[in-house]
Write a new protein. Structure first.
Length: 127
């Protein structure tokens, strides 16, 4: 009985160590996908095609389709990061693209930039 308790304590503390390590590491790819689905997909679509449920006929401007490599290729990683942190108007784009700098950390935005690069399958122009 005692032994089993010791064993479960050992497993529990091992799990805590593993979670602790994960927590300390930079934003993981899977987490970037979660962030995208949570914060961006309602406009940009679950697959990033610019066709999220928020986008009805009355929506004044089409959110970027992130799978359009030719368009995404024109943006550097820094361009993407800026518009995500500071919103559409910071890049002379529509205010319908909200600023995320107060909601997301810089690390999370960096992870989202990488995620968008996966969606467009492109590297973008050099900053
Ligand atoms: C409320 C709707 C909405 C949400 C939510 C939203 N966006 Fe946007 N986004 C837009 C619209 C609309 C545009 C296009 C603005 C324009 O073309 O003038 C845009 C443009 C962009 C652009 C610029 C593309 C370019 O060509 O310059 C990037 C990058 C972007 N969004 C990333 C994101 C990310 C990442 C998130 C989640 C953190 C997000 N957006 C959430 C509506 C939204």
């Amino acid at each position: 009985m005692l032994r089993q308790e010791n064993l479960s304590m050992a497993i529990l503390s091992m799990a805590l160590i593993v979670f602790g390590l994960l927590g300390a590491s930079p934003v993981q790819a899977a987490e970037a996908e979660q962030l995208f689905k949570f914060y961006c997909a309602q406009c940009h679509g679950l697959e990033g095609k610019g066709d999220g449920p928020n986008i009805g006929k009355e929506f004044p401007v089409d959110p970027r389709n992130f799978t359009e490599s030719a368009e995404m290729e024109k943006l550097s990683d820094a361009d993407i990061k800026n518009v995500v942190m500071d919103g559409g108007p910071s890049a002379s784009k529509s205010p319908m693209m909200p600023p995320w700098g107060k909601t997301l950390t810089e690390e999370e935005v960096d992870a989202l930039v990488k995620y968008l690069r996966k969606l467009c399958n492109c590297t973008g122009k050099a900053s």
